[in-house]
Write a protein that binds this ligand. Structure first.
Ligand SMILES: Cc1cc2nc3c(=O)[nH]c(=O)nc-3n(C[C@H](O)[C@H](O)[C@H](O)COP(=O)(O)OP(=O)(O)OC[C@H]3O[C@@H](n4cnc5c(N)ncnc54)[C@H](O)[C@@H]3O)c2cc1C
Length: 194
């Protein structure tokens, strides 16, 4: 059977595992984290591709999302500018569980940091930090923005600063003052400054 090795077991890796299985391949996922995958970050906008994948897995996008109704742009001086923009928002842990649970019977190896990639004939090998070597027909690099696979395949490629800085913070909803909660609840909010 055609075997796909997937490096990285976060959302990209899990989505790739589903796509590979959908075309009849045997997928195995190798994730660097040693323990249970921990919650990462906050909201994720539900994208059409994710929605389509969830539907194929027998879930509706609405069952793993909350619906927002407006967008707003905050200004230091003056009132927020608001407009109607319905959209579904989900979260990393919710999506992780939704994509991970249907792969219960699939190889998902933790504590597997990729160290070397080799190609010989039609076979690809992935060697991990603990010495374990996996063999397959196809390798998917889903190991994130600092991809070790990309570095191994093309050491000359380096990430470059794109000119934007995004600040992201998490605060328990219950810890927010009421007026701030009223301002943010149910709205996708932007604040841009030079
Ligand atoms: C501010 C902000 C807002 C965002 N908003 C959205 C949004 O609205 N919608 C959206 O779709 N996305 C959004 N994203 C991006 C979202 O976080 C990513 O889409 C998603 O987490 C990327 O998943 P991934 O699996 O590609 O990468 P990651 O989640 O980065 O996962 C990479 C995985 O690879 C593993 N790994 C790394 N190196 C190795 C190695 N050597 N060997 C084995 N495993 C390895 C890591 O441990 C990790 O689990 C946002 C991100 C940010 C920062």
């Amino acid at each position: 059977m055609f075997k796909a090795l997937i490096i990285g077991g976060s959302l990209g890796g899990l989505a790739a595992a589903h796509e590979m299985r959908a075309v009849g391949a045997d997928a195995a996922v190798y994730e660097r984290s040693a323990g249970r995958m921990e919650a990462r970050g906050a909201g994720i906008v539900m994208q059409p591709e994710v929605e389509a994948l969830l539907v194929r897995l027998g879930m509706s996008a609405g069952s793993v999302s909350v619906e927002l109704h407006e967008r707003q742009q905050l200004h230091i001086h003056g009132r927020p500018a608001r407009y109607a923009a319905p959209q579904l928002m989900t979260a990393w842990d919710t999506l992780y569980r939704a994509l991970r649970d249907p792969l219960a019977g699939v190889c998902y190896r933790l504590d597997s940091a990729l160290r070397r990639v080799g190609v010989e004939g039609f076979e690809v090998t992935a060697e991990f930090a603990d010495g374990y070597t996996a063999r397959g027909d196809f390798l998917v690099a889903a190991d994130g923005i600092g991809s070790a696979t990309r570095r191994l395949l093309d050491p000359a490629v380096r990430p470059g600063y794109a000119g934007d800085v995004a600040w992201r913070g998490l605060e328990p909803e219950s810890a927010l003052p009421e007026d701030l909660r009223d301002l943010l609840t149910d709205r996708f909010t932007f604040f841009v400054s030079p």
